[in-house]
Write a protein that binds this ligand. Sequence first.
Ligand SMILES: *[C@@H]1O[C@H](CO)[C@@H](O)[C@H](O)[C@H]1NC(C)=O
Ligand SMILES: *[C@@H]1O[C@H](CO)[C@@H](O)[C@H](O)[C@H]1NC(C)=O
Length: 393
Amino acid sequence: MLFHIITILVLSLGATSAPVSTLFSPYSLFDLAFNATWSIYWDWNYQLGSWNENSCPGSAFLSPVLWDLAVAGGAALFTGNPYFAPLITGQLNMFKNAQTGGYSATMSDNTGMYTDDNSQALWVFLDAYELSGNKNDLTAAEGIMAMIQTQWVSNGGGVRWDYDGDYLASISQTESALAAVRLYKLTNNNAYLQFSKDCINWVFENLQDPSDHLFFDGKSVSTGQVNNGKLSYTVGTAISTLSYLYSIENDEKWLTLAIQLIQASAQGSGALYSSVGYWNNPLKYLYLLFTGLADFNNFVESPSVTQLQQNITTEVLRNAKYIAEYYQDGNSGFYYDDFTQAPDSVVSKFKSAFPNANTGSNNPPKACSNGKTYSSLLTNSAAARVFYQTWRV
Ligand SMILES: *[C@@H]1O[C@H](CO)[C@@H](O)[C@H](O)[C@H]1NC(C)=O
Ligand SMILES: *[C@@H]1O[C@H](CO)[C@@H](O)[C@H](O)[C@H]1NC(C)=O
């Protein structure tokens, strides 16, 4: 993969370019982003080591919410260091809700529980299982899936977003579908394969915008009212799911749908692109589009998509370079989701490159009492994962 990337970089160098572009190494950027995150947001004193939402020196431990913990936990496991596996799964288990078998959105709180958060947690248990071989992690993932399956609406379908709630989010369908197909790969249990197909078929039938093939945010069970927002993470997780399904079943139907989504999301224009021609979603949503495209390139084997896969590699690299260049604070190593809370140095660098772009109203970045500015555990972990997937693509 790395060889591939370097070849493409060399090919794309113009005659006048200095050979510095070969220094763009997505794996090193992953490593650096992960280290910057870990050195600040890892608390050695909570349990045996835990992700901490607070980053200021001397601040008390503040638990991340489940989603953020899953994103940061996955980033830690992608280092390949088995040290992290029991620590991350141990921290996740503090969110477990005894009555339902699902995981609450916040630690030790039984009020809110969401199927998309639970799918994210499930993937982390599978990543941990693949790294450590500990069967308990697979059992935990199956326990979460059992809860998610109770959230399928028996009359009309769709996975509920909040536990026993009224909203059918597209992200709940695509993330549950991905969780189920990954479980199928590890267990060969056909019920998981069927559930994955039910979820992905449902989102295409109920929430796809026919005009641009992207997905609407979700709809209400009781009124059927659709919420029109569109985010890159739904498309990304759908592309991942379809890539797995095609690799398992070799059914052209899955390939056709995946190609349609890739054309809608990764060919330089459309709702997911900004006025300066790059993906517009914050990193916290974008890392799952990078993941979907990397899954497509790794899992789909068909000569009919060779050219498309090369185009994907080019597009992913182009966007990753842009993120490395403009979304990072070179002083701290932190990444920012957008320019509304980034330090002045980050905003002014972007403005000098793209003078006509709208950066939104600029608020001072969040800062510790010692004056150091910080970003967030979620955004930095998402940045690390963007570069990890760029390396994989
Ligand atoms: C990240 O941290 C690890 C462990 O301290 C170290 O081995 C590695 O060299 C660091 N990587 C970078 C890019 O700083
Ligand atoms: C790949 O990109 C080239 C150049 O932008 C374009 O002409 C071609 O149609 C693309 N091919 C596929 C299969 O996406």
